[in-house]
Design a protein around this ligand. Structure first.
Ligand code: T46
Length: 140
């Protein structure tokens, strides 16, 4: 499956490094929400859902974690351990986040406000949704 990663420019000088994220410049959508997870317990696995209409970019701004992406026919695991790298996740992608280092801070830029109705939390419903979209030629 195709994995889309963004490489963010880091402004480095003797003081350290700085990365700026800007909608429609180095982020491909309007950023309506930012959230981040940290203090994640050992062995925790989160996510276990897809979204109907949401684009996101995940940046592990500190530490490391892994993300499993599943498009209904293929899956791949990506490690995030670089604050200059963003993992793009489109809707219709099942995701699970795991193997968080104790110091991990996973920041997420999202194209929509929080909406519980946008979540597809049952894996069989997810497969059904993907199949229906494929049958409709990608149109809802
Ligand atoms: C996703 C992955 C990568 C809010 O109130 N507002 C928010 O914007 C979010 C994201 C969550 N919440 C509340 C809802 C739950 O009571 O925070 C709690 C934990 O959320 P959730 O169990 O959905 O977290 P994850 O880690 O399973 O999934 C999150 C995002 O929800 C999801 O959209 O793609 O991170």
């Amino acid at each position: 499956m195709q994995i889309v990663k963004y490489r963010f420019e880091s402004h480095s000088d003797e003081r350290g490094k700085l990365v700026a994220l800007e909608e429609f410049r180095n982020v491909p959508f309007k950023i309506k929400r930012v959230y981040y997870m940290f203090d994640t317990g050992r062995g925790v696995r989160r996510g276990y859902h897809a979204h109907r209409c949401l684009e996101q970019i995940l940046v592990c701004v500190h530490g490391s974690c892994k993300v499993l992406l599943d498009n209904g026919s293929e899956h791949e695991t990506v490690e995030l351990n670089d604050p200059c790298e963003g993992l793009y996740i489109s809707n219709d992608t099942w995701r699970e986040m795991f193997d968080f280092s104790p110091d991990a801070v996973l920041m997420v830029l999202a194209s929509e406000l929080y909406d519980e109705d946008d979540y597809v939390r049952d894996y069989n419903d997810f497969l059904k949704m993907v199949k229906e979209k494929q049958e409709n030629g990608g149109n809802e």
